[in-house]
Ligand binder design. Sequence first.
Ligand code: FAD
Length: 698
Amino acid sequence: MHVVAPTVRGLSCDHSLVPPCQAACPLRMEIREYVDLIAQGRMMEALKIIRDGNPFPSICAYVCTHPCEVACRRNQVDKPIAVRALKRFAVEFGGDRMIQLEADTTHTEKVAIVGSGPAGLAAAYYLRKLGYPATIFEANPELGGMLRVGIPQYRLPRQVLDAEVQRLIQIGVEIRTNTRVASLDLLFEMGYKAVFVTVGAHQSLRMGIEGEESSGVVDGATFLREVNLGLRPSVGSRVAVVGGGNVAVDAARTALRLGAKEVRVLYRRSRTEMPADKSEVEQALQEGVEILFLVAPTKIKRANRQLQVVCMRLELGEPDGSGRARPVPIQGSEFGLEFDTLVSAIGQAPQVPQDFRLRIGKGSTIQIDPVTLLTDRPGVFAGGDAVTGPATVTQALAAGRQAAMRIDEYLQHRYPASAKEARPTLGGELLPKTVELIRKINRIEPPLLPPDARTSDFRPVELMYDWKTAIDEARRCLRCGAGAEILFQDKCATCLNCLRVCPYDVPRLDGTGTLQIPPDQCLACGVCVGECPAKAIILRKPYDRRQVTEELEHALRSAAQSGTKPLLVGFCCQYGLFGTGTLAGLWKTATAGIWVVPVLCVAKVEAEHLLRAFEMGAEGVFIAGCGEQCARENTAQWMAQRVEKVRRALAELGLEPERLQALPMHAEQADGLRTVQELVDRVGTLCLTLALKQEVKH
Ligand code: FAD
């Protein structure tokens, strides 16, 4: 589906389309925006956007299942942007900054939250922000739900979780741990006006095979809970894990860390169907976990302190209700294996106390109204895994946020607000022809501990990007939905300039002879904006051509006040290390008055901008971009062409063309600053010569 934004709007507002990454995120995080800021080295601004959209970003920075990366359109070109790792960089770089901990109590109605997993934590956070007194009741000794008792510490360090939980206490959430709620009536008797039930899905499913109750057989949720609560269960040296999801992979890797020498995962389908995160599976294999595909246990017997497990081989048949190929037993394929421990991790379901008196549906999940999130009991809301069945942290966070809003509406007797997106979503895939023209740039994976350094303890396996790597990875973003549009069709003279200059061959004439720039194909390079003689094209976001002029005027006002001579204006790209490193050095070492006008890629500097700088009093002008390092096509070529055009105009006006220079520089190019200094010296000489000539004349 192509969604084209309306054609006449104010120039300054954001009329970009919601990109696929944002649409795929349960929290609707503004991913394109914060990735773009990271690409410019504006980490604190990126962090602000991240914190505005997610109350617990550090947690997601470690364990989010990143549906945004699955939806990322760079998948069609090479590999998706490493969004989760970039978020982690911004969050850890910024630390505690940008956190807003104020929350005034403006309402008297108390709200109870049963369960402290991500859904409960998010609901408590947003209810406090909305001004309600909120209390969390948690059966476990500590808060966090599966974040604490499910996900192993080598994937989510406990100090990260503790720091996030601590913030809830700081904003005034009342915490009651070691408190298992048995009846909701009691909570209403205690004066709570609304209850959010978010008890998760902690009941492990049974394999339904003979010998399942044997000693040495344990379910995945219990096994991980014990380890996470500080116990060190003895697993022996040979461990089997049954299942193919994240819990199974976590259990297998945890068993290795408890000292098991041989860990085998028994999975009934093939690797393609394995639902566990691909990179987690890869890491498990690196650590020495063995996966037996198309294998399932059929019988367990305990003898001689060993588990004798009869297994059977399977083959894939027709798709089942889940859409995946159904595993079909191969007759006569039975074989035996021996283990010390067998962990069954084939799934979980919610276990809702009967005395809650809530309507329970398929998969033991709580039934709710999808709009109000109310259960069949007045004042009782539910969300998270208890409603959806086992899902993800971000889904639970989103459910908690939504619940807080619905509870507010319920308590204030308002109708539920519509959750309609304010902006339309970008639809459609990149065409093969467009894909062909996009520069391939390798995805940079975050570094990992070497496999042999991982399994002796529970230290975090994934490490963090450094500054340079984070910026380089962020620059790969295609900025989907922020591209060009012909805003003023009446101004368009169909000169076909945009069609000629587009590096991605995107603009096209429709059947009526009108030029169109399909929003789902445009890559926001901005070349057509600069080359359109009628100025009929604009970029949806973040660039606005007026911004460059405003920045220029601001720079020249400051220059006039400083009085430094000669006065040079540099239009400098802000993307990449180039923007942050090289230009920062320029400020410090420059011997002349160099005034930088920041631009988001030099392709967006128009000939008029360059001429305007001279007109406003600049004695020399340079335009500096990252040359071949640019993630977009042909930007250096466009820069050179425009400079040549303006140089000719300068000559016609009687000014020396060499006052204007194009400087494509590499980020780490040591002589970049020297080139600028040479220009400064040259312009200085030209100014001196001109002054002398004028003196002679007089
Ligand atoms: P939970 O996190 O399950 O929290 C429910 C809480 O309610 C628990 O603390 C429980 O003790 C408490 N409770 C239950 N009954 C009562 C009661 N009667 N009274 C008081 N308290 C009660 N998701 C990801 O996105 N990324 C991952 O990498 C990931 N890895 C996972 C690994 C494992 C091993 C597991 C098990 C899950 C993983 N998940 C992952 C899924 C994710 O953790 C869950 O989807 C999420 O935690 C669900 O949040 P929730 O708030 O609904 O429930």
